[in-house]
Design a protein around this ligand. Sequence first.
Ligand code: B12
Length: 293
Amino acid sequence: MMNSSEQNSPYLSSVDVARILDVNVATVKRWTEAGKLDCVKTAGGHRKFLMRHLAAFAIDNQKYAQHLPLIHFRSELNLDLNAELLRGDFKELIPFFLEKSLLCDATLIQNILNSLYMVHHDLVLIYDNLVTPVLHEIGSKWERGDVSISDEHLASQAIRDAIVKMQEIVVKPANGTGRAFVLTFSGELHDIPAKMVQHILESRGFQVLFTGQRTPVGDTSGLFDSFRPERVYLSSVFVEDVQQTQIEFNELQRLCTSHNAELFVGGSGINQLKITEGKPAHRLLTFKDVMQS
Ligand code: B12
């Protein structure tokens, strides 16, 4: 029987790992000694594992990936949910993920995102087919008055936190692909799509600079000089002051042209802007487009 502090610990013992992967403890030890399975060692010399160690192992050893959703055997995940995670049945997962987000069950929603990533290894599917529809549904519930503003804030922040934490397990190729700068306009508080764009680019091997919410475009020329991005990704969800935002957009296009960077834009806020000046910007609609850009 586990005590409550063990239940809350993010670390797994060799015995836990052996149970999850359905091998014996000696095999786990052998894998760690051979460098196939990473771990941390405690002061007393015991091996302890984090989910990301198992995620990296499962990506190189696909036959063990099917065991991974069970990694959360300490949480309330039940067998049906595990089956949905394994199948990647996003339609079935949407209502469940929505309900848990509104209940602000941060641990469970993070477990779901991590499990989906570990098993399917596909950020685009998770972002386009689960996170986006759930965020839209939260917005619609708020619009209809079904949830309060503070509930909407709590739910979206819980999702944002889970996405940020998933960054730890996203596998980044060793060979760099290039440098990308991800930003939003100075009046923008919605930065979840930009965060998802960052992860997708990192998973493609880009070194990414992410300035997040409320980036004053006029102040970024120093970043263009020092970081020298080859690509710039702008996310715009809500535009309050169209005139001011157009000025910022023109400035960004000018910076991209003078620094020879390709500009990629996405989000419904872009529809309110003229994007014809200067070097043309590439309009992206989904996270799949970001992966293919
Ligand atoms: C979470 C949220 C917030 C959070 C943001 C937290 C955060 N850190 O991001 C908080 C509480 C801060 C917030 C504030 C506000 N919000 Co708000 N918010 C939302 C909510 C629920 C989710 C936003 C989100 O992340 N969506 C997920 C993204 C992925 O979906 P998407 O924006 O539709 O993007 C799609 C594409 O456009 C594309 N995309 C988007 N960006 C990019 C970038 C690239 C590069 C690419 C390729 C694609 C891409 O990908 C998506 C897939 O199709 C939406 C509801 C909704 N329908 O989205 C409302 C929503 C966006 N908010 C809205 C409003 C009105 C506000 C406020 C004005 C409320 C207020 N009165 O204070 C403020 C404005 C703040 C500001 N100045 O920016 C409205 C906007 C309506 C409009 N367009 O005019 C919405 C639609 C809610 C509604 N139904 O009315 N909000």
